[in-house]
Write a protein of this length. Structure first.
Ligand code: SF4
Length: 261
């Protein structure tokens, strides 16, 4: 008898504990989960390249924040430009949303704004930005053809590496940008951007020369990884492998355009 009463009381408490906790958990958890699967082979550059599918699954969020309801990049920018979700808002000069074609087939993603980007509020300006423009021009693209942004929208002081909690807070904005732009391709610049997007610790050397299928809630975006232009400025001998990556990217993009027409 006493055991029955105790058991009922415990179940009752457990039920209410879960009921009370649910909204808080939904509110603070971001709604993205990930799984990976190997997907065989395709032919690129006259040789077989293994590729992998990264599935980002968006969970229903009953407590969506205002910015999540944005229907355009302009709305999204307006909703998040005063963001204070992580400590980087205290040291930024400007929030750097990203720039370029809002309906582009291509999104270029770097790590975080540097000092010049922080001052101007624009991504990839300064020397690294000029080099990125040249890289794009080399494969017949202009900055206006693509959308350029970073994982983080505010500059980490002294260009230090982003912290995990900063990425956790900021990455949902990138996901929303990708959903609104709806691109066919991502070019990830540098190991940090690639590792963050692909949720991996693999070094850049193992992520280059591969094609990833990045699946955001059913939309598959093909992704290639290459060096960050700032790294190329420090290590000019990486320009040749970068050129190989860009040629691979161009071949994929040209093939896409051919099939589209
Ligand atoms: S880095 Fe991202 S999460 Fe942090 S304050 Fe800036 S916009 Fe907000």
């Amino acid at each position: 008898m006493i055991t029955d009463i105790l058991e009922k009381s415990i179940n009752y408490l457990k039920f209410y504990k879960d009921r009370i906790k649910l909204p808080l958990e939904l509110e603070k958890s971001k709604q993205y989960f990930i799984n990976e699967e190997d997907k065989g082979n395709i032919i690129t550059k006259d040789k077989e390249e293994s590729y992998k599918t990264i599935n980002i699954i968006e969970e229903e969020n009953l407590f969506a924040e205002e910015w999540e309801k944005s229907g355009t990049l302009i709305d999204l920018n307006e909703s998040i430009k005063y963001c204070t979700k992580c400590n980087l808002h205290k040291t930024r000069t400007n929030f750097v949303f990203g720039s370029g074609n809002h309906k582009s087939d291509i999104v270029i993603i770097g790590e975080a704004p540097g000092s010049e980007e922080d001052l101007q509020g624009q991504p990839f300006v300064g020397r690294a930005g000029m080099l990125l423009t040249k890289m794009l021009n080399s494969i017949n693209l202009n900055r206006e053809d693509v959308f350029i942004c970073n994982i983080l929208k505010c500059r980490p002081p002294g260009n230090r590496n982003p912290l995990p909690e900063e990425i956790k807070m900021c990455e949902p904005y990138l996901m929303k940008q990708l959903k609104l732009i709806n691109p066919e391709f991502i070019l990830a610049l540098g190991s940090f951007a690639a590792q963050t997007i692909l949720k991996t610790k693999e070094p850049l050397g193992k992520l280059r020369e591969r094609i990833f299928n990045y699946n955001i809630s059913g939309k598959v975006i093909r992704m290639i990884v290459t060096f960050h232009p700032a790294a190329l400025l420090r290590n000019p001998h990486w320009k040749k492998p970068t050129w190989e990556d860009l040629k691979m990217f161009k071949a994929l993009y040209d093939e896409y355009k051919r099939n589209k027409n």
